[in-house]
Design a protein around this ligand. Structure first.
Ligand code: ATP
Ligand code: MG
Length: 565
């Protein structure tokens, strides 16, 4: 099983500033346990950036003997869908994490949050504002200019209670009124200039239906949800650093049952990749990709379909670490983690992507035999298999040259090569069609070289892979490359202009070793000399479809060497 969570080493001795904070909190008795949460908004599929956050939150909880909640931050019904709620749970589980019974929805707290909003109104710390969204923005001021109080800021408690109640009852239309905290319109932190706590949204919510006509904002929901769930360390990304004073203000000014703290870490950015949900949604809805799980997408479901093992993603998350400064990680580093994992776990098979037929003239017609092939040279326990061989077989078109240069160690007229696990063969003839295209090769084999070695000790420079013509099975092979050909998509304008036109090349009519029919969807395999692949669910009984996960060549080592220079 390529995705067995136990096949990565336990994350012993991982250190970063978050883990240091937690260790100190435990040592100094500020908390007696660790409770974290992963809080996705169900407005899209999870991507590799989320995987970083999942590995961090579930990882530290496990390391310190605590627990991690999965909480849906479902406060914006306009963008949220059940499909996303389901996919997110599937993806977190697939990554190897388990929230046990701790599945929560912010929408479960709507009644409590409403009561706390009323509490603030009663304390004179919140008011109903009639300014429009544009006016609120105008009045808010800028970094260099203090804000201006709304003319509605000093409404009486009674009037505010009445209006807020009527907002809930649906008496006003979207945007007509909001509830705002009354904090400080001159604060140096714009988030404290009377932030909006509730807005009117007459939208159907995937879980609460039409019960609510007003919805709390992220800022009014998140910390209080943390407090309800007794979260000790609320870990989020750096863009929320400026929101922390507001997070703390809410906790300090409400009768919440616990006092969580927020910590911020740098979000993951990857070269040649977009991770903004808005852009990912656009790629899907405008049909630039086949769906959220298109194997070129940086989504967890896309990577899973592409054949990326969960263990490789966890390993990647651990390698990039957790820091407080934003940086962009080379996508080659991710690919290197994937390749490392597949190299030790994936079985090897032979597959000819661009077939050229070869006939062995001195091999008896109608004869067949099976040869023994090693499943994984990196792992003896993977054993061996039998591969059928006969008079006719296919090789890769690129493994033959009619007029080869000296350094070409593959097949050419009069040249001898080793067929992997089989025999030495020598090319004796080239068959062409009327247009001059090579349609077939003729060769002879040396029966003494069965298994791939000559008893007389003679050597050949090249070993090529092959598939028996009588036994091979047909497949389309999808060769994927980066979805964008700009290291920073959109750096020079619209990111869509940076889409790589060759991000998917379908190699139709590939011929595979027959045992590849037994590979399950998503199960990793190395096509010898080509790369790592897995079967795609698009396959039919007549034709298999394989996705290339990554090629064999590691560009990461080269990049690292360059960086060290
Ligand atoms: P949006 O732009 O819609 O807010 P988001 O990417 O922040 O999207 P959320 O569903 O709010 O999506 O994210 C859930 C959690 O994942 C949050 O705690 C967020 O900080 C974290 N997260 C999101 N993107 C990344 C990223 N690129 N790197 C690390 N963590 C991330
Ligand atoms: Mg977010």
């Amino acid at each position: 099983m390529p995705n067995d969570p136990t096949d990565t080493a336990p994350e012993e001795g991982v250190r970063d500033f978050i883990r240091d904070i937690i260790r100190t909190d435990l040592d100094e008795g500020r908390t007696d346990g660790v409770v974290t949460r992963f809080p996705p908004e169900p407005n899209g599929y999870l991507h590799i950036g989320h995987a970083k956050s999942i590995c961090l939150n579930f990882g530290v909880a496990a390391e310190f003997g605590g627990r991690c909640h999965l909480r849906f931050d479902d406060t914006n019904p306009v963008k949220e869908e059940m499909e996303y709620i389901d996919s997110i749970q599937e993806d977190v589980r697939w990554l190897g994490f388990d929230w046990g019974e701790h599945l929560y929805f912010a929408s479960d707290y709507f009644e409590q949050l409403y009561d706390w909003a009323v509490h603030l109104i009663n304390e004179g710390k919140a008011y109903v504002d009639d300014l429009s969204a544009d006016e609120i923005r105008e009045y808010r001021g800028t970094l260099t200019k203090p804000g201006t109080p709304s003319p509605y800021r000093d409404r009486s408690v009674e009037e505010n209670l009445d209006l807020f109640n009527r907002m809930r009852a649906g008496e006003f239309s979207d945007g007509e009124k909001v509830l705002r905290a009354k904090i400080d319109m001159a604060s140096g932190n714009i988030n404290l200039r009377d932030p909006v706590l509730y807005r009117i949204l007459k939208a159907h919510h995937p879980r609460t239906g039409d019960a609510w006509r007003i919805y709390p904002t992220y800022d009014f929901t998140h910390g209080q949800s943390d407090a309800i769930e007794s979260i000790t360390h609320s870990i989020c990304t750096l863009e929320f650093e400026d929101h922390r004073p507001l997070y703390d203000w809410c906790i300090e000014n409400l009768p919440v049952p616990s006092r969580p703290h927020q910590y911020e870490f740098a979000r993951l950015n990857l070269t040649f990749t977009v991770l903004s949900k808005r852009k990912l949604i656009q790629l899907v809805t405008d049909g630039h990709v086949s769906g959220w799980d298109d194997p070129r997408m940086p989504t967890i479901s896309g990577m899973r379909r592409r054949g990326v093992p969960a263990a490789a993603l966890r390993d990647f998350a651990q390698k990039i670490g957790v820091t407080k400064s934003n940086a962009t990680v080379e996508v080659a580093m991710l690919e290197s983690c994937i390749r490392d994992h597949l190299n030790s776990h994936a079985h090897r098979r032979m597959a000819v992507l661009d077939p050229l037929k070869v006939v062995i003239e001195n091999y008896p017609e109608g004869q067949e035999e099976t040869l023994t092939a090693v499943n994984n040279p990196e792992d003896e326990r993977a054993g061996t298999r039998e591969v059928p061989f006969g008079r006719e077989f296919f090789i890769e078109r690129a493994d033959f040259m009619e007029d080869p240069p000296k350094k070409f160690f593959r097949l050419g007229p009069g040249r001898e090569v080793r067929l992997r696990y089989a025999y030495f063969v020598t090319c004796t003839g080239v068959v062409k069609d009327e247009a001059g295209n090579i349609t077939e090769l003729r060769c002879t084999y040396d029966p003494e070289t069965r298994g791939g070695n000559a008893p007389d000790g003679r050597k050949v420079k090249g070993t090529i892979h092959w598939v028996s013509a009588a036994h091979g099975i047909a497949a389309d092979v999808r060769i994927y490359d980066h979805l964008f050909n700009n290291e920073t998509p959109g750096a020079d304008g619209d990111y869509l202009n940076d889409m790589n036109p060759d991000s998917l090349v379908v190699q139709e009519g590939a011929i595979l070793e027959p045992s590849l029919a037994d590979f399950g969807v998503g199960e990793a395999v190395q096509f010898e000399r080509q790369g790592y692949f897995c079967a795609d669910p698009d396959r039919t009984p007549d034709k298999l479809v394989f996705n290339r996960t990554v090629g064999l060549r590691d560009s990461w080592a080269k990049i690292q060497a360059k960086m060290q220079k």
